[in-house]
Design a protein around this ligand. Structure first.
Ligand code: PMP
Length: 432
């Protein structure tokens, strides 16, 4: 039998770091990553045949659980009709209509293949529409790996960012203003200084890429108010939260209720049901700046791919209120058990949640409200916690800074396995 260790060795010889995307390498928890062979419902199985309760959910898409039979059937039927045409299809119209039905702020939707493309294009649209170049983002918010959005670790209020990655030209990074998260005064100060040159504010609807850091009450609404007062657009990134935290994503939990509207929203993950579909949408007059109607260019050979679109459409059609209720309940159960386990182990901690998304901040009862506070936590205790869970058949996110993802397939049997594994893992973290 081939082991994950052997496969990792082999992978290291042929692909950088042995993985197709960095976090998969277990870099922050150590050890060889599990090479997975299959996934079904709440479980993933590695190449050695070991089964784990999965709390990663393909990093978000698996809202219904893995390989839901009806989604797989929709994909198989679509594949049998052809793998791709490079021409418009009915399913694309249906998917766009399904998104608009849930999120009426999306008057027009353009399908792309990755969240990175969605945010990159949203920014191009904002620049094209406003005729301005600068973009404001927040430290610790992740929007994919396009050049301008990698600027992350801001060196202070309203400072122009350094590139967050080698290979990003300083001239491009200089167009990104990185601000600390959650600080309305910092946003006002940045607009006071740079207002007429700012095309957009982009923000995670509820940040979940520095661990989960829920937006303070009124924060997103304040971003909307400030951006619009200065003629800038508001780009709400719901790649992670969209159709996961509720039927209409974070927009449905907040903006709709409070009566304000982002100009553009970006989606990914659940909207593709596990296959490569992402999207950007928003007000018709803004979205219609895209080619072929307008001067902002964007295109894709694989955009709206019929097989991928079938997975997204089937997933949205199946994701009814009962699904969200189940995900919420499963998440609440694990959140409570995680907290109880750390308390019993005597480890100060905070479980931070945004609806059914959550993560833990270790070493403090005070939580973390921005990236600096997240980095100051005792995340070094997490690898011991993670590996104890893994040994006991629970596949948690391989980083303290990633959200935990539950699914509607996490039934009591799956949750019981997680609950049984938590106390020893928490003690390992406390002893680290
Ligand atoms: N935005 C957010 C909020 C994300 O969480 C991610 C991916 N984790 C992206 C954008 C980028 O999406 P992708 O990995 O599909 O390019």
């Amino acid at each position: 039998m081939t082991t994950s260790e052997e496969l990792f060795e082999r992978a290291l010889g042929v692909t950088p770091g042995g993985v197709s995307s960095p976090v998969r390498a277990f870099g922050s928890v150590g050890g060889a990553p599990r090479f997975l062979a299959s996934a079904r419902g709440a479980y993933v199985t590695d190449v050695e045949g070991r089964e784990y309760v999965d709390l990663v959910g393909s990093w978000g898409p698996a809202l219904l659980g893995h390989a839901h039979p009806e989604v797989v059937a929709a994909v198989q039927e679509a594949a049998a009709r052809g793998l791709g045409f490079g021409a418009p299809t009915l399913a694309e119209v249906e998917l766009a209509e399904a998104v608009r039905e849930r999120v009426p702020a999306v008057e027009r939707l353009r399908l792309v293949s990755t969240g990175t493309e969605a945010t990159m294009t949203a920014i191009r649209v904002a620049r094209g529409v406003t005729g301005r170049d600068r973009v404001i983002k927040f430290a610790g918010n992740y929007h994919g790996h396009s050049d301008g959005l990698l600027a992350a670790a801001g060196s202070g209020v309203a400072t122009l960012a350094l590139p967050g990655s080698a290979g990003v030209p300083a001239s491009i990074a200089a167009e990104t203003i990185v601000l600390p998260y959650g600080d309305v005064a910092a946003v006002e100060a940045a607009f006071a200084e740079h207002g007429p040159t700012v095309a957009a504010i982009i923000y995670e609807a509820a940040p979940a890429n520095m661990g989960v850091v829920p937006p303070p009450p009124g924060y997103n609404a304040a971003l909307a108010r400030i951006a619009h007062a200065h003629g800038a657009l508001l780009i709400q990134d719901e790649v992670l939260t969209g159709f996961r935290v509720g039927p209409a994503g974070w927009w449905g939990l907040e903006a709709q209720r409070e009566g304000w509207t982002p100009d553009l929203l970006t989606f990914g993950k659940v909207v593709g049901g596990g296959l490569p579909v992402a999207a950007l949408g928003g007000r018709a007059e803004v979205m219609d700046a895209l080619a072929p109607l307008g001067p902002v260019y964007q295109a894709g050979t694989l955009s709206g791919n019929p097989v991928a679109t079938a997975a997204g459409l089937a997933t949205l059609r199946l994701a009814d209120d009962a699904v969200y209720a189940r995900v919420d309940t499963a998440s609440a159960t694990v959140q409570a058990a995680v907290s109880e386990a750390f308390a019993a182990a005597g480890l100060p901690h905070t479980v931070q949640r945004a609806s059914n998304l959550f993560s833990t901040v270790l070493g403090t009862d005070a939580g973390a409200r921005d990236y600096a506070q997240v980095l100051a936590s005792e995340a070094w205790r997490y690898p011991a916690f993670f590996h104890s869970l893994l040994r006991d058949g629970v596949y948690a996110p391989p980083s303290a800074f990633e959200a935990w993802f539950l699914s509607a397939a996490h039934d009591d049997a799956a949750l019981d396995r997680v609950l049984a594994a938590l106390p020893a893992a928490a003690r390992a973290a406390a002893a680290a």
